[in-house]
Structures are given as C-alpha cells and as structure tokens.
Design a protein around this ligand. Sequence first.
Ligand SMILES: [Zn+2]
Length: 85
Amino acid sequence: MPGASCMLYSQRVLMHVRYGYFCEDCNVAVYPTTTRAELRWLKERAHVAREVARHSSGGLDHWMTEGLAFLEDHAGHSVIVMERP
Ligand SMILES: [Zn+2]
C-alpha cells in the first residue's frame, strides 16, 4: 500500500527531522513542532496568519504562535528556515 508507507514516511520525517527559523543577525533559532513547508508558508504569509489570529476565537496552533512571535521579534532581520543540526 503506497499510501500507508507514504504516511509513515512523513510521520518519521516530522518526528526525527525538525526544522525551524534561524535569525542570522542574532544567531538564535526556534524549532516549532511542524513541517518545513508550513514554516516557509508562515514566513511568507505572516501578515495573513496574524489577521487569522485576530479574528479567530480559538487562536492559532501552538507552532504558529511560536513562529509568529519569533518572526515579530526579528522583523527586518535575516531569518531563514533551517534544519535542526
Ligand atoms: Zn534577529
């Protein structure tokens, strides 16, 4: 079953390979519990996510809150998505 093995594979990636944001200016990083694709999405659309956060009563997922806080702290800095060493 290709579907099942594909799912297992992505779960393994999520559990063992973590990605995060790294600020090249401050030399600090955060590793929210999510995928690289989502980190990149959030970085490109931080303003959209903030709007969603403001209008949703349930709030954002924890990784999003964590990621947004980091992006806000390092606004204007050189922030990249990187694999945890
Ligand atoms: Zn910074």
